[in-house]
Structures are given as C-alpha cells and as structure tokens.
Ligand binder design. Structure first.
Ligand SMILES: C[S@@+](CC[C@H](N)C(=O)[O-])C[C@H]1O[C@@H](n2cnc3c(N)ncnc32)[C@H](O)[C@@H]1O
Length: 222
C-alpha cells in the first residue's frame, strides 16, 4: 500500500464526512471496542497530564477523563472533535482541553506529558514512525504510550474486509500484523511492556510501551 502526503486532503475529507457514522461502524468492525477503550483507561490510570492524539469522537476519551488528572484531547478533524465535545460535556468532564493537532507535528514542548494515548491512528499514516517519534518526544522519561490499533493484516478475513473498505474510500495505509506492529515500537526506542489482542472482524492489537527513564530525546541521538 502506498500513500503519501498528496493523499492527505482526501484522507482528511474522509474523516470529516464519516464523523457521524463512526461510532456505529467501529463497533461493527470490532465488538470488543468498548472493552479495549476501558483497557486503555486502565493503562494510564492515575497519570497527571495525558495527551490523546487522533481522539476522534471521544469513545476512548470518555473512559480516560475520569481516570487521569488532565486530558488534552486532539484530532485533525473538526467534525470528529464536535462530537467528542458533545460527549464529554454530557459526561460533565471538566478536566479536558480539546485542541486541533496533527500527530505528526505536535505543537507541545518536549517532555510535557505523563502519558500519550494514540488509538487507531498508526495504520492510517504514511509515516507511522513519525507519529511515534512525536509521542516519544512529548513524553516525560518513564512516560507511557498506549496505542491500540486495528491490524488489517492480522488474518485473511481482516485482509479481505480491509480491501473492501479501501474500495469505498477508507484510508488505510499499512495492513499491520500483530508482529509488524510490535516491531515499529522497538525501532523507535520504545520499550513494549504489555500486549493484548481483541479479536474481531478487524482485530485490535493493543500495545503499552514506555519511554526509558534515561533515554535521549530521540533514539537517533544515541
Ligand atoms: C479510526 S479514527 C480513531 C478515533 C479514536 N481514536 C478511536 O479509537 O475511536 C482515526 C482518527 O484519526 C484522525 N486523524 C487522521 N490523521 C490524523 C493526523 N495526522 N493527526 C491526528 N489525527 C489524525 C481522524 O480525524 C480520525 O478522527
């Protein structure tokens, strides 16, 4: 699968247009989606400052907000964020800041957050390593990165469904298997601490990784 930055406007349009259909569709693609969202919240429970990138409609954010000190929920799609805002207001969560942000170029200082959550994004990016590098940069040493991701290459059924989705415009770039997904974190100097798998039509591979306490800002500086 090839995708480059020329596809970016088309991909951005897709999320703007699909925002209202997203919640229903995602739960059909994996019936354990809500269980996964609860597992994300448990993995960062008690953290003070938490950044969520690609927060979408807030299905994960609503679980995170009650478990952390402060949540900065971000996405590139204003339509997605409108739904997220409505959902979090309905839940009376007052510790959430909502911002537009591109996961590949985060406008936050180095070492700002105790945890970063990046759910269901890495398979959509032309350069997933870039988003991991950005997450690692804004994490404090010892900070936690939680990144559950749909693995479209995990089994034959997932691959077939993914091809059909691509035909109707779904912007998948990388069809990860659980193994290729795990390798991405190691290559970027993140220590994988926990792995889980939530089976489904499209399986969710769940990774919790940590930025090492004494690691340099970028693995390339080592
Ligand atoms: C599959 S949805 C995941 C939403 C949410 N995290 C969840 O798991 O329900 C992907 C989201 O990524 C956002 N997105 C796509 N490219 C992005 C980028 N470069 N930076 C930040 N968000 C992006 C889309 O707008 C969309 O809301």
């Amino acid at each position: 699968m090839e995708a480059n930055n020329e596809d970016a406007p088309q991909h951005a349009r897709f999320w703007q247009e699909q925002a209202r259909r997203y919640d229903r569709a995602v739960r059909l693609l994996n019936r354990r989606f809500d269980e996964m969202a609860r597992a994300v919240a448990s993995s960062v429970q008690g953290c003070g400052e938490v950044l969520e990138v690609a927060a979408g409609t807030g299905l994960v954010s609503q679980r995170l907000a009650p478990k952390v000190g402060r949540l900065v929920a971000t996405d590139t799609s204003t339509e997605m964020l409108k739904i997220l805002e409505g959902r979090l207001n309905a839940g009376s969560h007052s510790n959430v800041e909502i911002r537009i942000a591109d996961a590949q170029a985060l406008a936050f200082d180095d070492q700002t957050f105790d945890a970063v959550v990046m759910a269901n994004l890495l398979h959509l990016l032309p350069e997933p390593a870039l988003a991991l590098r950005e997450a690692r940069r804004v994490l404090r040493p010892g900070g936690v990165l939680c990144a559950p991701t749909f693995c479209h290459g995990e089994h034959l059924l997932a691959h077939g469904v993914s091809r059909v989705l691509a035909m109707v415009g779904f912007p998948v770039v990388t069809r990860f298997s659980g193994d290729s997904f795990g390798r991405l974190f190691k290559q970027e100097g993140l220590r994988v601490q926990e792995r889980q798998r939530f089976p489904g039509v499209l399986p969710l591979c769940f990774i919790v990784a940590r930025r090492d306490l004494r690691a340099p800002a970028s693995p390339r500086q080592a």
